[in-house]
Design a protein around this ligand. Structure first.
Ligand code: ZN
Length: 316
């Protein structure tokens, strides 16, 4: 059934004077508006940060065998097994989550990363679950240019978010379009990112996406990987993208080497710096690969950090 334009979230917001929030416009949701707003329909989770809505969107999840071929490459099998057992985690496989996040500031609808795209991506369904359409998105931010973040930029050969402009880090863009980029991924970026470059704004560390959203460089995972601080009415939340890709094997052990980190020492240093700041200032965060809804807190614990998943803090 074609979706009527009058049912888009932005027009609903405009018509209601902004009183309809979160997923409460969706008819299939739970018994009370407060719960419905927080729970979504399974593919999205909407929370409030100041006057902003922040929506985590489940693009997909998949099971991956032999996780020590990815995490803890520089520790022994015994240490990996012991840490995993202590945290009730199997070592024969792990589950990877993919979580683009939308921030609705009231004047811009900002989508951070676009998921896997194609048949591997559920982002359009997750957006619909939260009451948004691809046409609602006014800015697409690319945190870094790995396939699971840029895969959904294009759909059927044209821009998947037709009304959006684009923002990414200048260091990241320059690397992947330069001579030192790995050929296979550079080719994918040439097909999906480069065609949008004339609608793209490039940020340095500290650059602003829009009022209340600031880039924070966290290089290492890729040469120009960026995280983003969200700030509204004194409330903060950080989107850490791929700064830490597992809630135990990366957060609790920041120095464990990760196959996908391009510069392993720089990635570890970025983890310690950003996670340390989140722990000290008690700022909640969204991690792109954290277990959905990918939203939690971090506390300093020994030589690393402990992940504290959110429960109902955002619903009170
Ligand atoms: Zn990723």
């Amino acid at each position: 059934m074609p979706q009527s334009p009058v049912l888009t979230r932005r027009s609903v917001l405009a018509a209601s004077g902004g009183l309809v929030v979160g997923s409460a416009v969706l008819p299939q949701l739970g018994p009370t508006p407060a719960v419905a707003q927080g729970q979504g329909g399974g593919l999205s989770r909407t929370v409030t940060v100041g006057s902003f809505s922040v929506v985590t969107l489940l693009d997909g999840a998949r099971n991956v065998p032999d996780p020590q071929s990815i995490f803890g490459m520089n520790v022994s099998e015994d240490e990996f097994a012991e840490v995993s057992a202590n945290n009730f985690l199997p070592i024969d496989q792990a589950r990877f989550f993919f979580t683009p996040t939308l921030v609705d500031t009231g004047s811009e609808v900002v989508l951070f990363d676009t998921g896997n795209g194609g048949t591997n991506g559920n982002l359009p369904a997750a957006l619909a679950d939260a009451g948004y359409t691809p046409e609602d998105v006014t800015i697409v931010v690319i945190t870094h240019m790995h396939p699971d973040h840029i895969g959904g930029l294009m759909a059927g050969g044209s821009a998947a978010f037709p009304n959006a402009r684009y923002i990414t880090g200048s260091t990241e863009f320059d690397f992947w379009t330069g001579d030192n980029a790995p050929a296979q991924l550079a080719e994918m970026i040439g097909g999906s990112v480069v065609p949008l470059a004339d609608q793209m704004t490039f940020l340095e560390d500290g650059g602003s996406v829009t009022s209340g959203i600031t880039a924070v460089a966290a290089f290492g995972h890729t040469p120009g990987h960026m995280t983003y601080m969200i700030e509204s009415d004194g409330a903060q939340l950080m989107l850490i993208a791929d700064l830490a890709n597992h809630y135990v094997w990366s957060l609790a052990y920041p120095d464990w080497e990760v196959r996908f980190d391009a510069d392993k020492a720089a990635a570890a240093a970025s983890r310690r710096q950003v996670l340390g700041m989140l722990a000290t200032d008690r700022i909640p965060f969204v991690g792109y690969h954290m277990p959905f809804p990918a939203l939690g807190y971090v506390e300093a614990n020994g030589d690393g950090f402990r992940y504290v998943p959110q429960s109902y803090q955002f619903d009170l």
